[in-house]
Each structure stands twice: as C-alpha cells, then as structure tokens.
Design a protein around this ligand. Structure first.
Ligand code: FAD
Ligand code: DHB
Length: 394
C-alpha cells in the first residue's frame, strides 16, 4: 500500500510554471505539493531562457521573489535588428510608453523561487520517480510517485501539469480529448555561454545570408550567443574557434567588434511550434511547456509559462473563496487566446530572421523587405515592441 497524503493542488514539475504556481497559491492561502523528477542542483544550473517580460518581472516582484532580480538583472529598453551589415534600434521605451525587458537567467529565477518555497515551508519534492496521474475526471484525482524506494499517493482537489513538453501529464489525457497543432522548423540554434563582456548593451538579432545570429547576455561579464544551424547539428563538429569565426561573419557591422572569451557551455536546441487544445481535462490543468512550445526567437517560452499559472492561480483562488468553478472552466480559453498570439509572434520573428532551406530568391527579398518595413515604419516597430515586452494577460 502506498503512503497516502492529501493536498489541495498537486503540481507536477518544479520549472518556472510549477514553482511560480506553488508560491502564488501559498500567498493566497492554498496548499500545494510539487513533485519533480530532477535534482534541485540540476534545475538550478541548467542554462535556458534569459529574457523576462515586464509582466513577469512585476509578478515576481509582487510575489516577494524579485530582490536579486532587481539587483542583478539588466534592464533593457530596446533591441537591435541587424541586416545587410547595418543595425536598426527598436526603441521599446518610446514605442510602448516606457516598458522594457529584464535580462535574468531562468535558473536564477528558479533559485529565487526554490529559496522562497523553502523559507515558507513549501513542499517541493525533488528526485521523485515514476510519477503518474489517476482519476483525472473523478472525485479523487491522485498523483502516484516513488521516492527513496517507497511508494506514495497524493490525493488532490486539482492537479497542475507543469511538467514541460516531455512530461507525463499531457500523454495521460485520453487520446481523442485533445487536439494538437504542431510545426517543426528546418533549423535549430547552436548556443554558447561565454566568459566575455557583451559586445553590445542591448540584444542584437541578425539576419545574414549564412543564417540567423543572436547576441544576448547574462551579466556584464557573460555573453550568450546563438547561431542558426541544422536541426540535427553535431556540436562535436563545432570547435570554439569555428563558432567564434561564424559569429564574427554573421554579426559583422562597420565600426563594431565582437569580443571573444572562453566558452563555458555549448549546445544545440531544436525549434518547434506546438499547442494542445484544450489545456484542461477534468481536474488536470496543463500550464507552460506541457501545453505549448514556441520557437525561441523572441524569448517567449518562460514568460508564457508564467502567464498561464497566473491565470490558473486566479481561477483556483476564485474556487476556494467562492466555491465557483467559473474561472476554472474558462482557464483554457483565456490562456489559449494569449498563447495563440504569442505563437504568432514567435513564428513571425522566426520566419523573418532565419534562412529556410527551401526558400527561393523571392522569399529572400521579401524577408529583407519585411526587415526594412519593421525598422522604418513606426506602426510596424510598435507592433514588434508591444509583443516583445509582453502582451497583457487578457
Ligand atoms: P520546464 O522548465 O520544462 O519545467 C518542467 C519541469 O518538470 C522540469 O523541471 C522537469 O524536470 C519536470 N518534469 C518533467 N517530467 C516530469 C515527471 N514525469 N515527473 C516530475 N517532474 C517532471 N525560452 C526562452 O524564452 N528563451 C530561451 O533562450 C530558451 N532557451 C531554451 C533552451 C532549451 C534547451 C530549452 C529546452 C528551452 C528553452 N526555452 C527558452 C524555453 C523555456 O526554457 C521554457 O519555455 C520554460 O522552461 C517553460 O517552463 P515550464 O515550467 O513550463 O517547463
Ligand atoms: C535569449 C534567448 C532568446 O530566445 C531570445 O530571443 C533572446 C535572448 C537568451 O537566451 O538570452
């Protein structure tokens, strides 16, 4: 017999979605338990996203986990689009009425959230095994898992599937109940983290004949750089020297130089767009990457995950304070409306900035015209800016 316990909301996954949800619920007086199959150390070291929208920054601050982000994060009020060897600034502050973004690594956000959960006696169980969910549309939804060789059962009012794209929640929903929308891109990103002062104060998105390149950063001493590559690119074929050489070529611009430094980490990420509808089945609510994936251009993945759980936390609060399921019933529709707009933006940024293997000269000229338009029309630049800093929650 498993060791049985009870909570109001069982959360699977201690990524940004799961941890933000659990801390938001705590602040609303709602009990939750998070089960995570990786170690705390692994998730706090894994290099992933780095750009926080204004809304994400505001939320983390309101939750009381924004102190280090405020001290160490880099606030940016624009980005550069670079093509045909020239840079063009998109001025967010001017175009959005003062909004900006903050550069602060995902794993630093996770450290802050884990510390906050521990300081408030939150239950986050790392290194659990064989997680499964049961009775999703019944009276007793349950999470089963193993830890240290023992079997456990967690009986919940609701389950939040915050377990990412490869998690178990989405596949536990009966086939036929969900519709999946999917697109894979014929390229990936080769990313490096380098001990080099960023060569620009703001991010540079570059369209080049040889493919996309991005200059980003993590701190005044650490650069984060990406190159468009094949989706199945073998990282072993890319020496540090070859990576820097390619970055120099693609990012080249008159009077500007790229600063090199030791490569601390490198890897290849595939790119896809994916949405599942609805984001709910019975008492299981999907949030973040378990329900949708965006290609990274525009840095929306983490921010979208945080937006979902904000909507879910509000719906759960409504349920526990009024007994009304109204907001829970509209959770999926409310999220999906925003999700699809963010999908559109990520797809558009990706399409504008990458070379496609099957493109023809017409496509190439059209992409250049698109970049010319975005950087010369205030209306077009404004559209990019309002999406980049983050659309309103609803
Ligand atoms: P996740 O962060 O994936 O968290 C899910 C958690 O669930 C993980 O901790 C996982 O270990 C856990 N889990 C999975 N299965 C189980 C299970 N069976 N039982 C228990 N726990 C489980 N976004 C950007 O905006 N910019 C970027 O530069 C960027 N780079 C990325 C690079 C990589 C390599 C990847 C994979 C993603 C990147 N993303 C980026 C996307 C961004 O990191 C995600 O959108 C974000 O992490 C989503 O948060 P989440 O909490 O929904 O999912
Ligand atoms: C980063 C990642 C992105 O996908 C992006 O559009 C901008 C920055 C980053 O990792 O810093």
């Amino acid at each position: 017999m498993p060791i049985s316990s009870r909570t109001q909301v069982g959360i699977i996954g201690a990524g940004p979605a799961g941890l933000v949800l659990s801390h938001l619920l705590y602040l609303q007086g709602i009990d939750s338990v998070v089960v995570e199959n990786r170690s705390r150390q692994y998730s706090e070291q894994r290099v992933r996203a780095g750009v926080l929208e204004q809304g994400t920054v505001d939320l983390l601050s309101e939750m009381g986990v924004g102190e280090r982000m405020k001290a160490e994060g880099l606030v940016h009020y624009g980005i550069e689009l670079r093509f045909a060897g020239r840079g063009h600034r998109i001025d967010f502050q001017d175009l959005t009425g003062g909004k900006g973004i903050t550069i602060y690594a995902q794993h630093e956000v996770l450290k802050d959230l884990n510390n906050a959960r521990i300081a408030t006696a939150g239950q986050v169980l790392f290194e659990v095994e064989n997680v499964s969910v049961h009775d999703l549309d019944g009276a007793r939804p349950r999470i089963h898992y193993q830890k240290d060789g023992n079997d456990y059962e967690l009986v919940c009012d609701f389950i939040a599937g915050c377990d990412g794209f490869h998690g178990i929640c989405r596949p536990s929903i009966p086939s036929g109940a969900l519709t999946e929308y999917d697109r894979e891109y014929p390229f990936g990103w080769l990313g490096i983290l380098a001990e080099a002062p960023p060569s620009s104060t703001e991010l540079i998105y570059t369209y080049h004949d040889r493919g996309f390149a991005l200059l980003s950063m993590r701190s005044p001493r650490i650069s984060r750089l990406y190159l468009q590559c094949r989706p199945d690119e073998d990282i072993e074929q890319w020496s540090d020297e070859k990576i820097w050489q390619e970055l120099h070529i693609r990012l080249a611009s008159d009077g500007w130089a790229l600063t090199e430094g030791p490569v601390l980490q490198k890897g290849v990420t595939g790119m896809r767009s994916f949405v599942v509808e609805p984001m709910q089945y019975g008492k299981l609510f999907l949030a973040g990457d378990s329900a949708h994936i965006v290609p990274p251009t525009g840095a929306k993945g983490l921010n979208l995950a945080v937006a979902d759980v904000q909507i879910l936390a509000r719906a759960l609060k409504h349920f526990y304070s009024n007994g009304s399921r109204e907001l829970l019933d509209t959770y999926s529709d409310v999220c999906l409306r925003r999700v699809w707009k963010v999908q559109r933006f990520s797809w558009w940024m990706t399409s504008m900035l990458h070379r496609f293997p099957n493109e023809n000269p017409f496509d190439h000229r059209r992409q250049l015209a698109e970049l010319d338009y975005v950087t010369s029309s205030r209306a077009a630049a404004k559209s990019l800016a309002e999406n980049y800093v983050g659309l309103p929650l609803e």
